[in-house]
Design a protein around this ligand. Structure first.
Ligand code: FES
Ligand code: FES
Length: 166
């Protein structure tokens, strides 16, 4: 049984209790994905599975057999940062950087949800069909990703710029 991580097929461990987060960090040496709370409360461990954001600390690796996982290491191409990574740098969207991989993966997943018309708790007119990514909408949708440095204004600016450019 295997899982695809950043384009490479990886054998799943025989121990079915291994979380996806521990598989990434301890078995595959992809330590960009961070372990903050390890209980689903901080968002530091967010990765993309087939384009959708999940908390890897709450997932068993075995659950994602045959699926495609993208981590922060998988976003750059040919040594070039992903545009959203560049936006975070340009807008000072981090200080210590510990939450940043999760913020970035979460933002990409979140923008996919907006594109698919999935409402949030603050979406106004559900019949409207399209969702405007206001700052309130963006903050609500990113509220599962905590930043202990308080770099929220830069994070919102970076995601807004990236969203407007794509
Ligand atoms: Fe997964 Fe905090 S480490 S949510
Ligand atoms: Fe330090 Fe977010 S940049 S926790």
């Amino acid at each position: 049984m295997s899982i695809n991580i950043n384009g490479s097929s990886i054998d799943l461990p025989s121990d079915t209790r291994v979380s996806l987060l521990d598989l990434l960090r301890d078995h595959v040496d992809l330590v960009g994905t961070k372990k903050g709370c390890n209980q689903g409360a901080c968002g530091a461990c967010t990765v993309l599975v087939d384009g959708e954001r999940i908390l890897s600390c709450l997932a068993l690796a075995i659950q994602y057999e045959g699926r495609s996982v993208t981590t922060i290491e998988g976003l750059s191409t040919e040594g070039m940062l992903h545009p959203i990574q560049r936006a975070f740098i340009e807008h000072d969207g981090f200080q210590c950087g510990y939450c940043t991989p999760g913020q970035i993966c979460s933002a990409l997943g979140m923008l996919g949800e907006v594109k698919r018309g999935l409402p949030s708790n603050v979406t106004g007119d559900l019949a409207d069909g399209s969702i405007t990514l206001t700052r309130d909408e963006l903050r609500e949708r990113m509220s599962g990703n905590l930043c202990r440095c308080g770099a929220y204004n830069g994070i919102v600016d970076a995601i807004t710029e990236f969203a407007e450019a794509t």
